[in-house]
Design a binder for this molecule. Structure first.
Ligand code: NAP
Length: 434
């Protein structure tokens, strides 16, 4: 009897796991269970709309989904439609691939004011996530602060300042394009608590900020270190050197060159969000980097703004019936093993770091662990039991061919040059099925 494996979630970690399982010589059947009708998680809702090439990996995932040993069950929410413990009873192995979709709090006074958003929320909004399409952020502001110096901070800053022409060939939903492109925003401040050498964004993304149609990067030369010093891996040192060379090029850019500016501000940690009901600015403490850490210097300054996006990293929500490491924001696991027959991959296993491909080794390891722990054969009924239970509960699961119908409609509805026009609610997706 083939081994029955359920994968919960359908982002990169889920698909790399499914791919590793189907490519093994073992006989197994894999069911991917996803809360939304649409698959691909972070690829659809996290990758920036203007980075369509990064989403090409969906093609490989679509092939895996179409493999004869793989079934897709979209629109099935674990915890609502079916319990994790029920799935564990049905399947020989269950893999948690639910990612890290929530915002980490900055932990400073005022962050609950109107106009302050975490990057998970804001990025999901402009990427058409059904949970966030009604966010309706007030973008009638002249200045915005983006906290953090990672790739998400750069994504947010870039999407806020790109022109309609630059976003024409993207799937940015109209409800987000209109307020972003009509906003009177002229200045975005991207603030890092450490320096350019410690920034986490990659160099391609940083360089892109120097080539925007309507926006010029600004940086204070006094903030740039002479060279890349200190303890770091060779890889980090190479990145830091490239980034330092790039920000040096930004120093000479004229503020009046273009109508908008992105200001790279370093060595400043946020201490308070200012304003009454709505944000009117952010108060920062200047820092210096000691032993790799940002240390406050007791000197403060403010940046007035009407919008704050905290792009300081994501966290995972606890998974019901599963031990959770609150400090690490991950499911408690021993290199992916959570409990007998229960595994974790991707960000729920190791936290929100790395690029899409970083999930590939996770998937391979999980597949190896599953075969090591279970041998080649399985004893549980898996798919048949799942389908019987979903039918009994009247759950409207979306299968692969139905998802392909939804996807084809999104592609057909796209404006010229754009890859797709996303349906932005579950109801719209289901309606596309007639
Ligand atoms: P990240 O790379 O971990 O960056 C988080 C940033 O927030 C860091 O600059 C960090 O500073 C800062 N930070 C954390 N806590 C803070 C606090 N309390 N106050 C001020 N600053 C704080 O996370 P991310 O940008 O969310 O990205 C997540 C992962 O997705 C990363 O691996 C990223 O490379 C990847 N990603 C890749 C792409 C791409 O390849 N184009 C696009 C998007 C995301 P410290 O360094 O001082 O902690």
């Amino acid at each position: 009897m083939s081994l029955s494996v359920a994968i919960i979630g359908s982002g990169p970690a889920a698909f790399y796991t499914a791919d590793a399982l189907v490519k093994s010589d073992n006989d197994c059947r894999i069911d991917i269970i996803e809360r939304l009708p649409c698959p691909y998680g972070l690829i659809r809702f996290g990758v920036a709309p203007d980075h369509e090439k990064t989403k090409n990996v969906m093609r490989a995932f679509a092939k895996t989904a179409a493999h004869e040993d793989v079934n897709y069950y979209g629109n099935v929410e674990v915890g609502r439609d079916i319990g994790l413990n029920e799935i564990r009873e049905m399947y020989d192995a269950v893999v948690l691939a639910v990612g890290a979709g929530s915002d980490r709090a900055v932990g400073i006074p005022g962050e609950d004011k109107k106009g302050v958003f975490g990057s998970a929320t804001f990025v999901n909004w402009y990427n058409g996530h059904p949970d966030r399409r009604d966010l309706n952020p007030d973008l009638n502001v002249g200045a915005a602060v983006v906290l953090g110096n990672g790739n998400v901070a750069i994504d947010v800053a870039r999407v806020l300042v790109k022109t309609p022409a630059e976003m024409a060939a993207t799937d940015l939903p109209d409800y987000a394009a209109q307020p972003i492109q009509n906003a009177p925003l002229t200045d975005v401040y991207m603030v890092g608590r450490r320096g350019p050498n410690e920034a986490k964004y990659t160099n391609v993304e940083l360089r892109e900020m120097g080539h925007l149609e309507n926006c010029v990067p600004q940086i204070d030369a006094a903030q740039l270190p002479e060279s890349v010093e200190g303890e770091m891996s060779d890889r980090d040192r190479r990145l830091a050197k490239k980034n330092l060379a790039t920000v040096r090029e930004f120093v000479d850019r004229n503020a009046d060159e273009k109508p908008k500016r992105v200001h790279f501000v370093y060595y400043a940690q946020p201490v308070e969000i200012l304003g009454d009901d709505r944000v009117t600015g952010v108060r920062f403490e200047r820092t210096e980097v000691r032993d790799g850490r940002a240390v406050g210097l007791g000197e403060f300054f403010e940046i007035p703004c009407g919008l704050v996006i905290a792009a300081i990293g994501y966290i995972s929500r606890p998974v019901a019936d599963t031990p959770f490491d609150e400090r690490g924001g991950i499911v408690e696991n021993d290199d992916g093993r959570v409990d007998t027959g229960l595994y974790a991959v991707g960000w729920i296993k190791r936290g929100p770091s790395g690029v899409i491909g970083t999930n590939k080794p996770d998937g391979k390891l999980a597949a190896e662990q599953i075969f090591t722990d279970h041998g080649a054969g399985g004893g549980k009924s898996g798919r048949a039991a799942l389908e019987a239970l979903l039918a009994e509960r009247g759950v409207r699961a979306v299968n692969l061919s139905e998802w392909q119908t939804i996807e084809a409609a999104e592609i057909a509805n796209a404006r010229e040059g754009a890859p797709r026009k996303k349906f932005v609610s579950v109801a719209e997706m289901l309606a596309a099925l007639g």
